[in-house]
Design a protein around this ligand. Structure first.
Ligand code: G
Ligand code: G
Ligand code: G
Ligand code: MN
Ligand code: NA
Length: 253
C-alpha cells in the first residue's frame, strides 16, 4: 500500500520520465525511437522492472500508460517540422492490462485528438502475452486503432506464446526480434538460423523487422545484410532522457 501511494504521488508529481532509445535502418539512418519509462524517485532512477509488475497488479498501469502515451504524442507534435525528427516513428510499450481495458481505443483516440499527434508515426508494442487474452476483443481493439493510423509491433518475438497463425490474424506492422536471439548471433548457429527464419517470415507477411539488443558490430552487420528494417541496441545508442534525445538528433541541436 505504501508503494502504491508512492506511485500515485509519483504520477501526480511527474516523476515518471520518458527515455528514448534510437532506432536505425541498415544504412545507419535514424528511423525512430522506443520510449522506455523510468521513475525518478528522489536521486534514484528506477527502471520498469522495479514498478511495471506492481503497476499491473494495482491497476496503476492504466494512468501510467496514459501518461506515457500522452507524453509520447506530445513529443511527436514537438518534432513535426524538424528536418531530422519530423519523420521519426515513436514506439510505445503497451501492457496487456491496457489492451484489456474496454475503453483503451477511446482513451488513445482522446489523446490523439487532444495533442494533435500524427497517429501514423505512433507504434504500439505488444508482447505475445496479449494473445492469451480474448482474441476477438483484442483484435477488435487493434483494428479500431489501426483505422486511426496507429501501427502495432510484436515485441520480444520468438520467446512467448506466438503461433504463426497470429501473424495473419492480427493487424501487425512490425516484429521485434528478441535480444536473446540477437545476443547469440555468430556464437550459437541455432540463434543465427532463428534470426534468419524470423526475417524470412516477416518478409512473407510483409512486416517490418526490428532487431533489439544489438551490442556488437558483428551482430549489426549480420542483421543489416539479412535485411532487417531497423535495429536498436547499446552499440547504436542507449536509452537517454527524451530532452537529451531531441538535443542529440534534432537538426537544430
Ligand atoms: O527500460 P528497460 O530498458 O529496462 O525496459 C525493460 C522493459 O520494461 C521493457 O522490455 C519494456 O517492455 C518495459 N517497459 C518500458 N517502458 C514501458 C512502458 O512505458 N510501459 C510498459 N507497459 N512497459 C514498459
Ligand atoms: O523489449 P523491451 O521493450 O523490454 O526492450 C527494452 C529493454 O532493453 C530496455 O530495458 C533497454 O534498456 C534494454 N536494451 C536496449 N538495448 C539493449 C542492448 O543492446 N542490450 C541489452 N542487454 N539490453 C538493451
Ligand atoms: O557508455 P557508458 O559508459 O555511458 O555506459 C553506461 C552503461 O550503459 C554501462 O555501464 C552499461 O551498463 C551500459 N552499456 C553501454 N553500452 C553497452 C553495451 O554495449 N553493452 C552492454 N551490455 N551495456 C552497455
Ligand atoms: Mn519494447
Ligand atoms: Na523487447
Amino acid at each position: 500500500a505504501a508503494f502504491e501511494a508512492a506511485m500515485r504521488d509519483g504520477l501526480s508529481l511527474g516523476q515518471f520520465r520518458l527515455f528514448c532509445q534510437p532506432q536505425f535502418d541498415c544504412l545507419g539512418n535514424l528511423t525512430g525511437a522506443e520510449v522506455l519509462v523510468r521513475w525518478q524517485r528522489g536521486h534514484d532512477l528506477l527502471g520498469p522492472d522495479h514498478f511495471i509488475g506492481f503497476a499491473e497488479e494495482s491497476g496503476l498501469i492504466l494512468p501510467l500508460g496514459e501518461h506515457v502515451l500522452k507524453e509520447s504524442c506530445r513529443a511527436l507534435v514537438r518534432w513535426e517540422g524538424d528536418p531530422a525528427l519530423g519523420h521519426l516513428k515513436l514506439a510505445v510499450n503497451v501492457s496487456v492490462h491496457q489492451m484489456r481495458d474496454p475503453d483503451f481505443a477511446l482513451r488513445v483516440g482522446h489523446i490523439l485528438e487532444a495533442t494533435g499527434a500524427p497517429a501514423q508515426r505512433l507504434y504500439l508494442e505488444l508482447t505475445e502475452s496479449v494473445f492469451a487474452e480474448d482474441l476477438q476483443e483484442i483484435t477488435g481493439r487493434m483494428h479500431q486503432l489501426r483505422a486511426r493510423g496507429i501501427c502495432f509491433a510484436l515485441d520480444d518475438f520468438g520467446t512467448g506464446y506466438s503461433s504463426l497463425a497470429y501473424l495473419q490474424r492480427f493487424p501487425l506492422s512490425a516484429l521485434k526480434i528478441d535480444r536473446s536471439f540477437v545476443r547469440n548471433i555468430g556464437i550459437d548457429p541455432g540463434s543465427s538460423s532463428i534470426v534468419e527464419a524470423i526475417i524470412g517470415l516477416a518478409r512473407k507477411f510483409e512486416l517490418e523487422i526490428v532487431a533489439e539488443g544489438v551490442e556488437l558490430e558483428a551482430q549489426r552487420s549480420f542483421l543489416a545484410h539479412g535485411g532487417c528494417s531497423s535495429m536498436q541496441g547499446f552499440l547504436l545508442g542507449r536509452p537517454v532522457p527524451m530532452a537529451e534525445f531531441e538535443h542529440a538528433y534534432s537538426a537544430a541541436g
